[in-house]
Write a protein that binds this ligand. Sequence first.
Ligand code: PLP
Length: 383
Amino acid sequence: MNAPDLGPTRPLAPPLYTASVYSLPDLDALDAVSDGHAPGYVYARDAHPNADQLAAQLAALEGGAWGVVCGSGMAALSAAFLSLVSGGDAVLASTRLYGRTSALLKDQLARFGVTTRQVDVNDLDATRAAVAEHKPKVVYAETMSNPLCRVPDLPVLAEIAHAGGAKLVVDNTFATPVICRPLELGADLVMESLTKMVGGHSDVFLGLLAGRDPALRPVVGQVVSVWGLLGGPFDCWQVERGLVTLGLRMRAATATAAALADWLADRPGVTRVVYPGRPDHPDYDLARRLFPAGCGNMLCFELAGGRGAVNRFLRAAPGVPLCPSLGHATTTVSYPVGASHRYVPAADREREGITAGLVRVSVGCEPFDDLARETATGLAAVG
Ligand SMILES: Cc1ncc(COP(=O)(O)O)c(C=O)c1O
């Protein structure tokens, strides 16, 4: 089919290229496109325009040399590890990880002979010692840990990793590139679950892997193609649409989150508020240094009455619905004990401070007064 003749006009919204395969005029063209000597596409599992266009925009936003868009955040993470480690290698990971990331490292990669050691990456001496002892190929951490938003010193982590011959890979999902750009702080690869704030509307799964070193791009590209990890055209198209308003949404949600954290701290029945932008957070100074645009839209609060109190809150405040995800355009809450950390042993949860009364909030873009009113209704029902 010939492309429609648009004359001098161009669509303002990006076109959606759903084709799984592209036609070519002859074998010379096939060679030229396949070898990268001419622009174009062949087979959409390897590359397609919607993925390339989104990846280029995201790479620029992250301060990276390149980006690859995968079918989910977990697909992007899989691509990172499949590119960087082989049987016999070690990974040194933070003790504070998204649950599925723990499973990827400890259950899945272990099947292929990759060993994962864990360390408190906020303890830099312990991290230095663990790198020296285990000689990992990869040091892995989250910019802001789930759910208590612990912030590791990424520039120092990068130094420690590089001094030990390891690459630093960072999950930046809680922060987004609006709040933090790990590649500019020394990380080698950054991963984002685009399913969250970047997509922004809870209607798409996608993930980004971006890097600084151009030599890694073909390695990752080969892994993504062979393991079938590339994101599909429609999902890329939707995230490209979300990206247009990411800065606006993130700045609005960050301002509201900071205000909500302070407001919650004064409410009776709230025993703890966890937000890195508050002076009582253990990483407050570091967060102020690393996140000049503010500390993002994620926070936690704790209710004195444990699970029963959380249930009463949720039933009385349907305007802040229980959703075991984050990054929606309006505020949602989650319950770490029952969702993200459901399968983490109770003793480990307690040690980290993930208690039965802890509620995680993903602040959205609604006006603060509306959010405070709904939250106050929920808190009033807690008793
Ligand atoms: C911090 C973090 N990293 C990675 C992921 C995985 O992303 P996805 O669900 O897009 O695979 C999630 C999902 O909740 C997450 O919260």
